[in-house]
Write a protein that binds this ligand. Sequence first.
Ligand SMILES: Cc1ncc(COP(=O)(O)O)c(C=O)c1O
Length: 496
Amino acid sequence: MTDSRQSPIEISKDDFKKTGYQLVDAISNFIDSIHEKPVTTGESPKQIQQLLGSASLPEHGTTVAEIIAKSSDLLLEHSLLNGHPKFFGYITSSPTPIGALADFLAAAVNPNVGANILSPMATAIEKQTVKWLAEFIGVSPASGGILVSGGNMANFTAFLAARTAKAPKSLKEDGLANTAGEMVFYCSKATHTWIEKAAVLFGHGTKAIRWIATDADNKMNTEILLQTINDDLKNGKKPFLVIGNAGDVSTGVVDNLSAIATICKAHDLWFHIDGAYGIPAAIIPGNKKLFEGIQEADSIALDPHKWLYAPLEAGCTLVKNPQHLIDTYSSHPAYYNFSSHEDEPSLNYYEFGFQNSRGFRALKVWMALQQAGKNGYIEMIGDDIALAQLLFEEAKKHLELEAVTQNLSITTFRYVPSGYVHREKESQEYLNRLNENLLNRLQEAGEVFLSNAVIADNYCLRACIVNFRTSEKDIHEVIEIVVREGRKVHETLQRK
Ligand SMILES: Cc1ncc(COP(=O)(O)O)c(C=O)c1O
């Protein structure tokens, strides 16, 4: 080895610039023309595998220019485009272009945001991001929190903090098996599957979940909640946590959060809100009443990679009293020298959650919040809701569509062939089959990407608009596409 090491992974300044500019050119063209492309190419896993090839691990290196060109082609030409204006599937947003630049910058600096000493500026930026997110949804800016990978992790992070706060102090050492009384927790039937993963992961088992029935509006029935808590107490169980939804995953319903908060207060239970999808809508002035009660929450999960349009991955756990996170996650191994400065304690994010080494997820959120500002987000989120409402109204007007639900930016509807009597069970089954086939056809064809919801046993098409590129024209076109393809699927099924 000479004094100046020639590493096979280094890129010279000139090559970095040249290939970097080429990549930026390719990405800017991709973003600029995204609306002209299909949402998905519909290529099968086999076709994708063929494009990728089946070479074994390369023995020798390849030039950066070649790798960048090949990777760009594979990804830009053969991906499902959630940045497309007609992508309304699941809850994945169009990603902010500034988020792509942020991830580039974050990867170049590569701060380890586990400890302040390893990431002084990044830690300060994450702290400011958390504060801004609290301000965004209208809870105390004194709340603390941490950026995580997404909704599951944001909810897990809060779940364990809730348990630490409400369980006997000895639980951390003794474990659940040696703690008296089964710890149980409550959520509505509409709650996302993260709760089952949490029950398994943290050793409670899924039987400890109390699935509370929903009312006619699909909100948690708080009378049944109260009754179930009382029954559990009578039976020697240890209730510790209630989860309210602020935008349930299927249809976007916001639970009666203030009623849940009151019950939690009366029974000394931790109140957690899963706002992974919907809570950014609390920024809309007209939504104040809908989100009443969020200030009472002990913790909130919200996902910048959903309705703040951050590129994957970015979730956030907000906690009213951040000490609960430290009580849950902090440890001080001898091999860490992350202690405080003389005059102020260090903010070390490894003490706030599951990860020790942590990437700089906050940057893409922080940069986008500055680019659009609060008013920009009010406009974008408001427009998404208005577009989902337009879709609902258009479906309602159309003789071959049935508008089913509309909450926040989620609309569900289904195709019903004209003159079709759909009261009998047989007809329901047929309509379910028809709409499932229709969804599959739409997802493969790539004109629009919808997902599904099953509502009162009816298979529905579901559009979740967390997409700052969607326009009214897209909504009208989606109606035409769904009806046109619905007719074709109906014809095919009738022939069979
Ligand atoms: C309400 C809600 N909670 C949690 C999640 C899980 O989020 P993630 O997929 O980012 O882990 C989702 C995902 O759609 C959701 O809608």
